[in-house]
Ligand binder design. Sequence first.
Ligand code: HAM
Length: 423
Amino acid sequence: MSIQIPRGTQDLLPGQTEIWQYIEKTAREICLRYQYKEIRTPIFEHTELFLRGVGDTTDIVQKEMYSFQDRGERNLTLRPEGTASVVRSYIENKMFGWANQPVKLYYIGPMFRYERPQAGRFRQFVQFGIEALGSKDPGIDAEVLSLAMSLYKELGLKKLKLVINSLGDKESRMAHRNALIEHFQPRIGEFCGDCQNRLEKNPLRILDCKKDHDHELMKTAPSIIEYLNDESRVYFDKVKQHLTDLEIDFVEDPTLVRGLDYYNHTAFEIMSDAEGFGAITTLCGGGRYNGLSEELGGPETPGIGFALSIERLIAALQAENIELPIKKGIDCYLVSLGEAAKDYNVKLAHQMRSAGITVEKDYQDRKVKAQFKSADRLEARYVATLGDDELANDKINVKFMETGEQVQLELATFVEQFKKLQA
Ligand code: HAM
């Protein structure tokens, strides 16, 4: 049997790649407007980075990482997400010393998680994400959220739901943690092994257990909102006020805890509300991660960001029947009639392309009719026909496909004349 693509990955073919490029271009343009600059970090990192960054009791670290040893016996992992890498790079490159603060970065690239593949869930997927490092102004929480919403809206999505929560600061989280332990401890025997391990280490993780999520104690678990101290509450109120000022609709969900350990204060997800969208409706997730820099050996640095996958974004576009305005067609198709004309068109195509014109020609020795068919398929705006006779007379025939109008041009100055014709 021939070799097949690994489970949970996909080939993106012409026809699809144009959609990806359009989305990526839109994301880059929006980042420019918001002044987020691109960062490119390695596809693999030391495993330790994710153990400490994402958290060793999370599903991502415990079950989903692609880890391996290289020939030098280093423990490495294909990155499951981008935030830990960005913060590692921020520390390593001393970005905290840069003149412009906060440091605002974005990335677009593949991430890897060993999850059970299904609609909207891949083992290799592409995240577009942003991170703002060095500010604890609630205004930047609103900026980060508004950038994510802008991308979706500018691509035409309408059926979106923004869900937010606050996980509070260290003190609030500690109070909540103790309440969770008290809540689950008496009946922890009814939960899976993972949950039992998490009770002391990280009881918040019990709340996003996929196995036990229907257990009655899940529904009655103490909510973080009740444990927010004054400072955390004021912070959260300010973020919500900003969102209201920006006319960004949101709903609060005190059960939103996110699956990574580094979060505190603002946490959010953007869901698709579109009918017929698959079971996995989260398009985007993010939040604040003050303290992650310290955890990774860096200076005290507040941070906030989000990531969204292009795969789920495209699924949402499909669910809302949105077709992106992708430019189709080529400027000119060169039809050759005879050996000499065919050879000449190799050079002519090169000259036209050098002048910035999109050109295609036949390489299959097709009949003239079939060459015109190819031109139609490629949605050529002009077809230039060169026969051996025209070549002998230094002429070339050009047809404007929209109107059927035809002109004969001088071959020697064809490229300049063609450009004028287009203008
Ligand atoms: P996350 O919630 O793990 O957060 O992932 C963010 C987004 O990546 C999800 O909302 C989803 O769109 C996409 N995603 C995750 N797993 C898959 C998958 N298996 N297949 C397709 N898409 C997937 C993070 O990764 C954080 N680093 C986000 C962040 C940035 N927080 C602060 N800054």
